[in-house]
Design a protein around this ligand. Structure first.
Ligand SMILES: C[S@@+](CC[C@H](N)C(=O)[O-])C[C@H]1O[C@@H](n2cnc3c(N)ncnc32)[C@H](O)[C@@H]1O
Length: 281
């Protein structure tokens, strides 16, 4: 295990060569990722540092991908999607235009879940969907919308929970076939998101730490799930303020199932069910 000083040296070297700033990531999870990288790449501390200092974009982009955690799934945590479906989107339904941003979208399953839901609600044509992530490899996969079937099959159950069933009325069942949204090839172990869904979102590389609004929009809904957990409290607070400033009023913020807003920012948002609304202060 590396010492705190060594970890700080690595953070500094990454920042100097690439501009990525991990200094306010949660130290424990950052340390775990670096330890794993050293083990997987068969580096020691000195050789890792030397390799970073060579300034090879291919290497540091890969390193960033390895430092960040990309776990995601279709309709992850169905109760959160029930909030989106039954509480948030109905409030936005009358708007002429709706702007949604997925910040930290990873390989895109969250974005396609939203697009499918909007299509089911008949809102897709009126919604602009923006999606961003730091990890360029994950973003490239998100744009392709192509996934390994065996890793995603159990997530089709989430689709059933959100799209087919109604948790508030067990007698209602909306028999939407998977083939409406996915081309599934079990032999080739592929699940491909249908074309008409893939063209809908704008995917862009974006570093939340820098807190720049690269889409030059205010948003009705920001989805930033399972990203802030990797940041320390000070960075979480700066990012939450940034989201606050870039939400319209009324505006909705959805964090991860296990995440909540603590500290000073709590007074800027109302907590409802599995989401937050912007308070006017
Ligand atoms: C665990 S995934 C969450 C994906 C999705 N939101 C979900 O909940 O299923 C976390 C994502 O945050 C991204 N991420 C981490 N730090 C980031 C940053 N500074 N800017 C943008 N994205 C970041 C990672 O690359 C990763 O894709």
């Amino acid at each position: 295990m590396l010492s705190e000083d060594q970890i700080n040296e690595i953070i500094k070297a990454i920042k100097d060569v690439s501009g990525y700033d991990f200094s306010e990531y949660s130290p424990r999870s950052f340390q775990r990722r670096i330890d794993k990288i050293i083990e997987d790449y068969r580096f020691d501390y000195k050789s890792l540092l030397k390799k970073i200092e060579k300034k090879e974009p291919e290497f540091y982009e890969k390193l960033v991908a390895d430092i960040t955690v990309n776990t995601t799934e279709l309709f992850r945590n169905p109760p959160v999607w029930h909030s989106v479906k039954y509480r948030i989107l109905p409030k936005l339904m009358e708007n002429e235009k709706v702007d949604i941003w997925h910040a930290g979208c990873s390989t895109g399953q969250e974005v396609y879940s939203m697009i499918i839901l909007l299509n089911e609600l008949g809102m897709l044509d009126r919604v602009n969907i923006y999606a961003s992530d730091l990890n360029t490899t994950a973003l490239a996969q998100a744009e392709k919308g192509k996934y390994i079937y065996r890793f995603n099959i159990e997530y089709l159950q989430n689709f059933d929970e959100v799209i087919r069933k109604n948790p508030y009325n067990f007698e209602e069942y909306n028999d939407v076939p998977y083939s409406k949204y996915f081309d599934i090839d079990q032999v080739k172990d592929k699940i491909l998101i249908k074309d008409f869904l893939r063209n809908k979102a704008i995917f862009k590389k974006h570093d939340i730490v820098k807190r720049e609004n690269i889409f030059h929009k205010k948003f009705d809904l920001i989805m930033c799930r399972n990203v802030l957990i990797y940041f320390n409290l000070s960075l979480q607070s700066k990012v939450l303020n940034f989201f606050y400033d870039n939400l319209k009023f009324p505006g909705y913020l959805v964090l991860g199932y296990h995440e909540s807003i603590l500290g000073n920012e709590a007074i800027k948002f109302h907590k409802k069910h599995y989401y937050y609304t912007k308070k006017l202060i």
